[in-house]
Design a protein around this ligand. Structure first.
Ligand code: GDP
Length: 176
């Protein structure tokens, strides 16, 4: 018998992007199936774990969610340390959050030395009537940078599991 804390592989995944794009809710939707309408400011870093099974192996994904990155510059290097994957999240209804994706890409490149897997996530797909960034634009950005891309809704849950599964499978294929 294996106990619930047993795992074969553990991967650290950081969730980054401008504040208000839905990082915390993407994480709680994936790990607990929960969504909250309220904006709750993340203080420092929050963690959540989720186990998955890939090819009969137990994978433990350790998710790191942070907020107010500017205020927490001092912890940036520890935030990225040992990360195998990153979700860069923007809000499809807010142009500035997509414009800042470049800055997040740069921060990852400057803060990690290893070959980190990245997925670009356009969140709030349930608000498609308020869309400011077309999926064509984001998907060409992603192909240009050779990273994956998906649109999600932390509210109705669409594509949230797919985004993490895609990222974790990519990470695992490099490590197994
Ligand atoms: P964070 O600052 O990036 O962690 O963003 P939060 O997870 O705190 O979300 C910010 C706000 O956006 C909250 O009011 C959430 O309820 C809302 N929100 C997050 N994801 C979605 C989504 O997919 N659809 C909609 N309609 N609202 C969302």
């Amino acid at each position: 018998m294996r106990n619930s804390d047993d795992y074969d592989y553990q991967y650290k995944i950081v969730i980054i992007g401008d504040s208000g794009v839905g990082k915390t809710n993407i994480m709680t939707q994936f790990t607990r199936g929960e969504f909250s309408e309220e904006t709750k400011t993340t203080v420092g870093v929050e963690f959540a774990n989720k186990q998955l099974v890939i090819d009969d192996k137990i994978i433990k994904a350790q998710l790191w969610d942070t907020a107010g990155q500017e205020r927490y510059r001092a912890i940036i290097s520890s935030y990225y340390k040992g990360a195998s994957g990153a979700l860069i999240v923007f809000d499809i209804t807010k142009q500035s959050t997509f414009d800042n994706v470049d800055r997040w890409m740069k921060e990852i490149q400057e803060s990690t030395s290893n070959d980190i897997s990245i997925i670009l996530v356009g969140n709030k797909s349930d608000l498609r009537h308020l869309r400011q960034i077309s999926s064509d634009v984001s998907s060409s950005y992603a192909s240009k940078h050779k990273i994956a891309f998906l649109e999600t809704s932390a509210k109705d849950g669409s594509n949230v599991h797919q985004a993490f599964n895609q990222l974790i499978n990519e990470i695992h294929s490099k490590n197994k």
